[in-house]
Design a protein around this ligand. Sequence first.
Ligand SMILES: Cc1cc2nc3c(=O)[nH]c(=O)nc-3n(C[C@H](O)[C@H](O)[C@H](O)COP(=O)(O)O)c2cc1C
Length: 328
Amino acid sequence: MIKPWFLLPAKLAHDLAPIGLKLASAVCKSKQPSYAPFRWKGIQFQNPIGIAGGVDKNAEMIESFCKLGAGFIEIGTVTPKPQSPNPGVILKRDIPHRALWNKMGFPSKGVDFVKRQLQKQKKRDIPLFINIGKNRTTDNSKAHEDYIKCMQELSSWASAFVINISSPNTKGLRELLMPQNLEAFLQPIINENKNNPRPLLLKLSPDISNKELEQVLSISCKLGIEGFILTNTTQGERENLNFPEEGGVSGAPLAKKSLELLNYAHNYLKENQLSALLISTGGILSAADVKTRLNAGANLVQVYSALIFEGPLFFQKTLKTLNSDAVN
Ligand SMILES: Cc1cc2nc3c(=O)[nH]c(=O)nc-3n(C[C@H](O)[C@H](O)[C@H](O)COP(=O)(O)O)c2cc1C
């Protein structure tokens, strides 16, 4: 398939994505493709492949992704106040290695804009996850207030909330994920959620040790977190890539790490009789990758890089392959 967006600089292609997606979605059938339908907490997923956080930061592409066949949609990361991206170059692509690098730092039009976007949407059957974060000027000691503000404003539209403390591009954010800080950060959010309960998921960093992962899973499940997204972009995996030191890498170089974390988390939860939804993301670029993650214990998967390297028809193409493999 010809990919005209490869001819454009990465950031320009990114900025034009909403238009490209709209055009691509116009050729798709409106019926959502089904594969391995799945139900969790009353939420029905027609297929297990969703879009990952960061693709539709401001809820501007929901209709396109429905038509393109996504099984569920995650919008955000949404921050309470609008904020611009980090200065300088924020996005790079390495096409031969199918790798992305970004240093965006939660560019967001803010929670009020996203709320207005959602108010305009017609009601759909597709699950909508809302990924929430903090403004970069909010101190970690008050970070929970930013997450609570987003939950209060957006809960009417959320099938579930994704608490994002795993981006490498907001200074100090990942410190909240450290076992010694996690409970104090999560507890007020869990308390707030009791007023208008929605499943809460935590998005994890791939750059943690197995010991830290165990502690994060154990503390979070004890407090009432009901699912995990593994993983966000990595600060490692730079080999053979001409990417800067800072920022996060995703796509093919992240696949091995992401799968290892999934395997470890799945086994740990099972051995400790803990139950949680597991969503795998990181380097899922083909139908075979989707199958590998589902076989490793993921309930659902999400893609970002695949939309760049395989194109917006990824959902249709992959689900067709998965369905024909299931028949043969
Ligand atoms: C340009 C870009 C922006 C991203 N922005 C966000 C974000 O705002 N929130 C978030 O939780 N993850 C964000 N991510 C991480 C993705 O959701 C995903 O976890 C990661 O890219 C791994 O998946 P992939 O290998 O399919 O790209 C971003 C990734 C990229 C490449």
